[in-house]
Design a protein. Structure first.
Ligand code: ADP
Length: 638
């Protein structure tokens, strides 16, 4: 019995004893090794045709013996190879190992990409029987992964290697027996090794055709061998990409769009990316794991490599295949890998360029994508202090009040006179915004307004400051608009202000038509921002509210002659009307004030139930108030 080298032993300890979450990768590692051995033999066969063979990998299970065997007819190993390759862990690895104390087991195992040793996560014993190319003798290497290993002569009729994994007993929630099941093995091969260039075969149990109990076995190939991303467009079946997407990313719906790219340069890579039909159910939660699957020459290295896509494009799924990264590179090391950063930058550019192309050439599709993932793109424009705002601003779509469809800032700005502002209105939904009183003025003067329905929209506008020199302007911003003359109405405005108190400043406006009042904000904090900040727990942030009054409106004109009581109730009702229009909750005093005003109106009817009164109450609701109406209501209030 030979002992493992000191550091190797330490690492093996970790492998055997850690509850490594991703145990199943042992099969990927063994298949990858087999594939490498086949590569070597195939390469030799180019110059020595006697080495040619029907290259392949085979999986065999023996339920009684609890063994899973991975066999290949690759280059094989002799006694010395077994000793050198399987007795130690690569020297460079051991160096790194010394430096990396203090890491968790999982980090360490991940870091070394333990390859062959990962089989000890599931095995109580591993036996390797191998015969090397050009040799007649075969050897057996055997180990329980703890005490050491033994090498002895063995028999093997053909060149190649068998790795016989004797599974640990089940128990304690561990189900090692699953690796004896056809279904699990098939699934694992599909998941990790589908694109291995050699056929991975397995004797699969099939029910006999005659319906009897006897089983028949059939040798089936489990992997598809050619990566779809390596196929030419002309070789791809119509739905092959869709099927690939559905299978790999567990989505029963076809993707909205696929993007493929092949780059040769400082780093070579091929990428195949998909925009799903809609965000996955957990997309906007912290549970969502973004990332593209990373492959190295057709072998999956990492399932969701987050470093490959920026957070705001986290909805994009797909794969990246590069020959330039080592198969056993760990997540930790990867994060700081310059090549990976280069790939990620290239992919981000590619995706944005593709979106831009769609925006120009397939608007319908882009709108679909934006409807599903616009929030994420907007977040990208705002995030990181707007670091990406310039590359994303032309990909944003907003509903236009005038056009009743989604348009870009650019399309909006094209309609503007020089120095005219980009007008926007904030609200929860397009429907609610379209009913905002403030829109009336803009509509009458033929100005378009963009609907900002996401909380982040106004923050983006503030960050951009202007689009092509056109400043962004909230139509509910009381600071910017021109003030109509309040001549002759100063007293009235003052009276409203006194009644309203500190709730809001009172100012005249000419942007309203059919509404008597609306709410606006002055200064840096808009109403929308105040709401967002408060939702985020920032209670200190307050918008400076302005109650804008339409002096032309009959309701306001009516107020000139009201008694204090009726006047105060009317101010309360009007202020609450403005709150409602902006989507706020009403004040507690609102209903009392409203009821008082309503009962006043009803008592008018009750005292004089005549034809004239009915006629007059009609007048009261019409737009033109008459002197009689005013006196009448005043009289009733008393
Ligand atoms: P890695 O594959 O990263 O080098 P492993 O621990 O998985 O590390 O394997 C160590 C070495 O053992 C391989 O480099 C290879 O030389 C040899 N080896 C493993 N499996 C096989 C196999 N099926 N056929 C031939 N050689 C193998």
């Amino acid at each position: 019995m030979k002992e493992f080298k000191a550091q190797s032993k330490k690492l093996l300890d970790l492998v055997v004893n850690s509850i490594y979450v991703n145990r199943e990768i042992f099969l990927r590692e063994l298949i990858s090794n087999a594939s490498d051995a086949l590569d070597k033999r195939r390469f030799m066969s180019l110059t020595d045709s006697s080495l040619d063979a029907d290259f392949g990998i085979e999986l065999k299970t023996d339920k009684a013996a609890r063994t899973l065997t991975v066999s290949d007819n690759g280059v094989g190993m002799n006694e010395k190879d077994l000793e050198d390759n399987l007795g130690v862990i690569a020297a460079s690895g051991t160096e790194a190992f010394k430096k990396e104390q203090g890491k968790t087991d999982e980090q360490l195992i991940g870091q070394f990409g333990v390859g062959f040793y990962s089989s000890f996560m599931v095995a109580e014993k591993v036996t390797v029987i191998s015969r090397k190319v050009g040799e007649t003798k075969a050897y057996k290497w055997e180990s329980n992964g703890v005490d050491g290993y033994e090498i002895s002569p063995a028999d093997r009729a053909e060149i190649g290697t068998d790795i016989i994994v004797k599974l640990k007993p089940d128990g304690d929630g561990d189900n090692y027996s699953e690796y004896l099941g056809d279904y699990t093995l098939k699934t694992l091969v599909k998941k990790y090794s589908d694109y291995i260039r050699y056929p991975i075969r397995m004797l699969e149990e099939k029910k006999a055709d005659n319906g009897g109990d006897a089983s028949v076995y059939e040798l089936t190939v489990l992997n598809s061998m050619t990566p779809v991303w390596k196929k030419k467009k002309s070789e791809l079946g119509e739905t092959e990409l869709d099927e690939f997407y559905k299978h790999n990313f567990r989505d029963y719906r076809a993707p909205l769009h696929n993007i493929s790219t092949r780059v040769e340069g400082a780093v070579d890579y091929t990428a195949l990316m998909f925009v799903p039909s809609e965000p996955s159910y957990d997309y906007y939660t912290k549970d969502y794991k973004r990332g593209l699957s990373l492959y190295c020459n057709g072998v999956m290295v990492m399932e969701k490599c987050a470093e490959l896509v920026p957070e705001y494009l986290g909805f994009v799924r797909g794969i990246v295949d590069t020959p330039d990264l080592a198969l056993n590179i760990s997540r930790e090391t990867l994060q700081h890998d310059r090549r990976l950063v280069a790939i990620a930058n290239g992919l981000e550019k590619k995706i944005l360029a593709e979106f831009d192309k769609l925006l120009k050439n397939d608007r319908e599709k882009y709108e679909k994508i934006f409807t599903q993932f616009g929030k994420a793109i907007k977040f990208g424009a705002y995030d990181n202090f707007g670091a990406n705002k310039d590359k994303l601003k032309d990909l944003l779509l907003y509903r236009s009040d005038a056009d009743k469809k989604l348009i870009t800032f650019k399309e909006y700005a094209e309609k503007l006179d020089k120095d005219a502002p980009v007008l926007y209105a904030c609200g929860e939904t397009a429907e609610k915004i379209s009913m905002l009183p403030q829109l009336e003025g803009a509509r009458e003067s033929g100005k378009d307004v963009l609907y900002f329905t996401d909380p982040v929209d106004e923050f983006i506008a503030r960050m951009l400051e202007n689009y092509d020199g056109h400043k962004f302007e909230n139509i509910a911003d009381g600071t910017k608009e021109s003030k109509p003359s309040a001549e002759g109405h100063e007293k009235l405005l003052e009276r409203i202000q006194n009644s309203l108190g500190k709730k809001a400043k009172v100012a005249a406006t000419d942007k309203l038509k059919s509404y008597p009042v609306c709410l606006a904000a002055k200064g840096d904090v808009s109403l929308e921002m105040e709401r967002i900040m408060q939702a985020m727990g920032g209670n200190g942030v307050k918008a400076e509210r302005v109650l804008q009054v339409n002096l032309e409106h009959p309701v306001i004109a009516n107020m000139e002659t009201m008694t204090d009581d009726a006047f105060n109730d009317t101010v309360t009702v009007l202020y609450n009307e403005a709150l409602i229009a902006e989507g706020y909750k009403t004040e507690p005093e609102f209903l009392t004030a409203l009821n008082k005003l309503l009962s006043g109106a009803r008592s008018a009817k009750q005292t004089k139930p005549t034809a004239t009164a009915a006629k007059k109450s009609c007048h009261a609701t019409s737009k033109k108030p008459t002197a009689t109406d005013k006196t009448k209501s005043n009289g009733d209030e008393k």
